[in-house]
Design a binder for this molecule. Structure first.
Ligand SMILES: Cc1cc2nc3c(=O)[nH]c(=O)nc-3n(C[C@H](O)[C@H](O)[C@H](O)COP(=O)(O)OP(=O)(O)OC[C@H]3O[C@@H](n4cnc5c(N)ncnc54)[C@H](O)[C@@H]3O)c2cc1C
Length: 396
């Protein structure tokens, strides 16, 4: 016998009407990114993930630039000057398509462009920001090294003065956009502490071999950066920052976007699970009518709404007065963990189909394994919040 049917609300994906927290302009931004993703990327994303490449990444980046999504929360130099909430909503929609797409936009805007915007010379800004905003150039951000991940202060890549020039030697690892980038922001050890360098990728001695065999973020370029006596003019250094606060402040920008983005991957998986549960019949009933399935759907709905509320709250604070690092950690840690749990639960609702690329769920779940680790691991964000709570740093 079928369980009794009752009317459902207009949007079961938004039972608590989170939409009402957004202004009409914010909803318009969200809708335009959603429309673009639906048309331009969604039909192809499973195939790109399977092939391990984004088709025509340069063309796609230009289209993202035309939409104003690259460095969209920065002012001037061709950037759209939108709010933090607008940027977050864009991240959510991009990541509802794929974490690789959101990573392309985050690394370009929040890491490469933000570093040049916040710490660059006027010449560096004029040279790179308009092209990066338009998507006619692609940027990457090289901090992590083979032996230096959570502890970037241990980096070995070095820059030394030679007359007026700088000479860079070293290796960076796991660098998003690396092989397709026109410009790399590279962090290196100098006699004067850690400094950032703006490195055109056609400089002799620079190469960026792609990292293969990834089982996560397959629709994203991930590369090694090899710096073999890369000679740069004295003007290549970012003049306005010294020390780790440079790269860490860029990471805080990107982590904020991840807090929103992860909820996009979660929403997509929840939507797929809800639809599948309604269609799939076992024991003569849709599996959505079983209490255990409803328990899973309810838990997913609760965590999705809580995570989205948190992201929106953090966005409002960021627009009003800026976020403290532990507040960013709070959003990144909670929402990546919650999103992965939602995707894993959604996968169980889909049964065997849950492991197929015919559905978005396993792709999102696999992607979120990277999102859990990059821009600060779960453990590091736990310890940063622990430090804020106790005043004691447990990670050193
Ligand atoms: C797909 C992808 C894209 C990436 N893109 C970029 C990029 O564009 N630019 C860039 O610079 N980097 C990038 N990264 C690198 C990423 O930021 C690092 O992987 C991350 O910072 C973790 O460093 P690690 O992998 O070396 O792990 P490790 O630092 O070696 O950590 C290994 C484990 O030890 C734990 N651990 C380490 N120290 C402590 C401690 N003190 N207390 C408790 N636990 C600890 C970690 O939490 C983790 O669980 C990317 C990574 C991936 C997977």
């Amino acid at each position: 016998m079928h369980a009794q049917r009752s009317p459902r609300p207009a949007d079961p994906l938004d039972l608590v009407e989170l939409d009402t927290l957004l202004t009409p302009d914010e909803r318009a931004v969200r809708d335009s990114v959603r429309t673009f993703c639906d048309r331009r990327v969604d039909p192809h994303i499973a195939e790109w993930f399977e092939r391990g490449e984004i088709e025509d990444i340069r063309g796609l980046t230009k289209e993202l630039g035309e939409l104003g999504l690259l460095g969209m929360h920065l002012e001037g130099y061709g950037c759209a000057g939108m709010s933090a909430v607008d940027y977050g909503l864009a991240c959510l929609e991009l990541e509802a398509t794929d974490s690789g797409l959101r990573s392309l936009v985050s690394v370009q805007g929040s890491l490469a462009m933000f570093a040049i915007h916040a710490f660059g010379s006027e010449q560096q800004k004029e040279e790179w920001l308009p092209a990066l905003a338009a998507g006619t150039a692609i940027g990457c951000f090289g901090l992590t090294e083979p032996d230096s991940g959570s502890d970037p202060g241990s980096m070995r890549t070095g820059a030394r003065r030679d007359g007026d020039d700088w000479v860079l030697d070293g290796r960076k690892m796991w660098i998003t956009n690396g092989s397709v980038a026109d410009v790399a922001v590279v962090w290196a050890r100098t006699d004067d502490g850690i400094r950032g360098f703006v490195v055109p990728t056609d400089t002799p001695g620079f190469s960026a071999p792609a990292i293969k065999h990834k089982m996560s973020l397959r629709a994203s370029v991930t590369s090694e950066l090899v710096l073999d006596s890369v000679r740069l003019p004295g003007t290549a250094v970012l003049p306005e920052v010294r020390g780790l606060k440079g790269p860490l402040s860029c990471l805080n920008e990107a982590r904020y976007g991840i807090a929103w983005g992860a909820m996009g991957a979660a929403r997509s998986s929840f939507r797929a699970a809800l639809a599948y549960a309604g269609d799939r019949v076992q024991f003569g009933r849709p599996i959505s009518s079983f209490q255990l399935t409803q328990g899973k759907l309810t838990d997913m709905a609760l965590e999705l709404a809580k995570g989205t509320l948190l992201a929106c709250h953090l966005g409002r604070i960021k627009d009003d007065r800026g976020l403290r690092p532990e507040q960013v950690s709070y959003g990144k840690l909670n929402n990546t963990r919650a999103a992965l749990e939602i995707c894993r639960t959604a996968r169980t609702v889909l049964g065997a189909n849950g492991i197929s690329l015919e559905y978005p769920v396993i792709r999102h779940a696999n992607n979120l394994e990277s999102i859990l680790t990059y821009e600060g691991t779960v453990e590091m964000h736990t310890l940063m919040i622990g430090q804020a709570l106790t005043g004691q740093a447990a990670f050193r």
